[in-house]
Ligand binder design. Structure first.
Ligand SMILES: [Zn+2]
Length: 49
């Protein structure tokens, strides 16, 4: 099995990180991004709670 790579920092995901789904395009295709735990924490900090 290929290890997923974080789409933000390019690191291999050794532990299970987050998955971000993009908005669907006009063909209803949805992009899926893997995000490592470190990058997720970064994103979480930017979330308005
Ligand atoms: Zn990352």
């Amino acid at each position: 099995m290929i290890k997923p790579v974080c789409n933000l920092c390019g690191k291999e995901l050794n532990e299970f990180g987050a998955i971000l789904f993009g908005p669907p395009d006009n063909k209803n295709n949805v992009k899926k991004y893997h995000i490592c735990v470190d990058c997720y924490k970064d994103i979480e900090r930017r979330m308005k709670k």
